[in-house]
Design a protein around this ligand. Structure first.
Ligand SMILES: Cc1ncc(COP(=O)(O)O)c(C=O)c1O
Length: 402
């Protein structure tokens, strides 16, 4: 195991990074995970509620499909946009679930959902353009917008609106420079879900302006109340929407690195060119398994969803019994986002203290933007036993410290 020591420079040459690197953000979850692992190496017991990945194994039919694909020689480069079979399976899946006709030429397969964020912003947004994005929200949006030198325009997700968008606020943020609006439902970190009316209202506010929408729907199959709605299905929005979805969360395949974007074919050509320039293609044998994931038995998806729901119920009820914590019931994804303002602590010091003194790893709301102050994010992708144990640990800590 490498130890984390600061290395003295071993070269006389100063590192001359490109200026833009100073604008690139990160995802704190990985940093907290490293810190938690370092504490574990010192012998501390940590309950991991920081990282956003299902704790389940990838369904065995999908694993078998990948193993078989490896044996059959799916070990070579494939087309940059993805294997035709998988693109077709995705087009059928999206047509069925979003109620809008999609063809395989509108699909680009990429290594995870994240590259669709990266590539869409690279392909569409110039320096000085404005991009509206949810805050608190997935940190990569803001990071990428800043990286390319565009103006990041946050739209605040408010707890009193169940972490939905305030449409009047969205309307006031749209300007002549707005190039892209990013929406995310079900939402990370709040668990908020945009209803059909919310989606309609977003579409109405954008109206017939030539603004693209990046609709991050990576948690589309993890909904606990109501159903999933995509702006792609609103009349007039198909050609202005890039739909992001993937395999990581739905099929517990985070480490496989496979996701996709669905978009108008002329844009798909450019996103494919970014793939050619960066990754060449997504790993071929994983794509063969992706076809099985989409077309094979879906029972494990429902089992995972139901299990997350049970854990959410237990964890939210438990948090609401802890002094200073109050937590809404998230409607989707596998996160809970309690308000901790009444503890009198700021989010980051509280998250640090819970890690170091209570053995519970979680994320500060500010990891998701400055409007996340006053909140913590816990992932419920852990066993009920560990979640209950974490609740006890947090409760004991608050009794000692508040
Ligand atoms: C909202 C959101 N979008 C995209 C991603 C990226 O998913 P992937 O691991 O498939 O790149 C995540 C992962 O946490 C996410 O929460």
């Amino acid at each position: 195991m490498p130890s984390f020591v600061t290395m003295e420079p071993t070269t006389q040459y100063e590192l001359r990074l490109a200026n833009r690197m100073s604008r690139l953000g990160t995802e704190t979850a990985f940093e907290v995970l490293n810190k938690a692992r370092a504490l574990e190496r010192q012998g501390k017991k940590i309950i991991h509620l920081e990282i956003g990945e299902p704790d389940f194994d990838t369904p065995s039919n999908v694993v078998e499909a990948a193993v078989s694909a490896l044996h059959k020689g799916w070990t070579h480069y494939g087309p940059s946009a993805g294997l035709p079979d998988l693109r077709q399976a995705i087009a059928e899946e999206v047509s069925r679930t979003r109620g809008v006709e999609c063809s395989s030429e509108e699909v680009v397969v990429v290594p995870g959902g994240k590259p669709i964020i990266f590539f869409s912003i690279l392909a569409l947004v110039d320096e000085g353009d404005e991009v509206i994005y949810p805050n608190p929200g997935f940190p990569i949006y803001e990071s990428m917008i800043n990286y390319i030198g565009a103006r990041a325009v946050p739209i605040r997700l408010r707890e009193d609106r169940d972490f939905g968008l305030d449409i009047n606020e969205l309307s006031s943020l749209i300007s002549d420079r707005t190039k892209l609006v990013i929406i995310n439902s079900p939402q990370n970190p709040t668990g908020g879900v945009l209803s059909k009316q919310d989606i309609r209202a977003v579409a109405d506010v954008i109206g017939d302006r030539n603004i693209m929408v990046l609709s991050d729907e990576i948690y589309s199959r993890l909904i606990f109340a109501g159903s999933h709605h995509s702006i792609m299905s609103v009349p007039g929005f198909k050609e202005r929407t890039i739909l992001l979805d993937g395999f990581s969360k739905t099929y517990a395949m985070t480490g496989w690195r496979m996701g996709y974007g669905v978009m108008r074919p002329d844009l798909a050509t450019h996103i494919t060119r970014l793939m050619t320039n960066s990754n060449s293609c997504t790993a071929s044998f994983t794509q063969v398994a992706g076809v099985e994931a989409l077309r094979g038995d879906q029972s494990s998806v429902e089992q995972m969803r139901a299990e997350f729901q049970t854990r959410r119920d237990v964890f939210v009820a438990g948090l609401n019994r802890i002094q200073g914590f109050s937590c809404r019931m998230p409607k989707g994804a596998f996160y809970v986002f309690p308000n901790i303002q009444k503890t009198g602590w700021k989010s980051k010091p509280l998250a640090d203290a819970l890690l170091e003194q209570a053995g519970v790893a979680c994320l500060s709301g500010t990891s998701f933007g400055h409007f996340g102050e006053g909140y913590l994010r816990f992932s419920v992708a852990n066993s009920l036993e560990n979640l209950n144990h974490a609740l006890d640990q947090i409760n004991d800590w608050t009794k000692r410290n508040l």
